[in-house]
Design a protein around this ligand. Sequence first.
Ligand SMILES: [Zn+2]
Length: 278
Amino acid sequence: MKEKSTIRKEIRFSGVGVHSGKKVDLLLRPSSLGEIIFRRTDLDNLELALDPNKIETKSSTYLVSEECKIQTLEHLLAVLYMLGIDSLIIEINGDEIPIMDGSASPFVLEILSAGIMSLPERKKSIKIIKPSSLEEKDAAFSFSPDSGFKITYSIEYDHPAIQRQELSLSLNLENFIKEVAPARTFGFLKDVPALRAQGLAAGGSLENAVVLDEKSVISGPLRYPDEFVRHKILDLIGDLSLMGFPLTGHFKAHKAGHSLHLKAIHFLLDNPEFWTYI
Ligand SMILES: [Zn+2]
């Protein structure tokens, strides 16, 4: 069993929300409380604890309460999960975590340079002991026992720059930093009017997303030929972190997204016979 961890000193980020389009400042503060707490500094320091029952999804994963919401949590949450940080205060003066360059690398670099500190409190982890699967339209999700934390993701897009991509990784901090964290979010130019009509993607740009027109990528070179599926793995790590504990198991997703990821989390939380604490 490992210890809970926090950061050694405060870290500031500022940037734009990819959906809101608004500039936001984010301050990560060390905490010994043993949980991740969001604090809206623009709303009298209103606090929201990370809770899978208060999560909704629509193009991103967000935390909601009666008073407010905080959108696009998934990239920051993936980094906190992989770095083992589970005790933190996240102050934000708006309703969306900044998108930075569309990837998780800016969060990784700053947190590693600030340093990570263990706390006296021990933490449990969750081990999958029985396999199961879920489906949603043509998307599928399954989990099974494994000796590590493994993700296999596959996507299929009828687009020449993507087509079918599949990647399987037994994740550790080293391959997360090299193979997953730099992968940027992506979007299709043709979807922009519909997204904007729903109040989404207002802050999306060629600088913070891989953007595709009908035939090709128009936002410059890809970081990996299969950057798309790598980003899906990043999103899934962020969503799985909502389980609240480090995970041991193999999680497989095909053509999935935040909505099916979240369904899988609720299935696991509602059916504890598929896992055990270790
Ligand atoms: Zn993402």
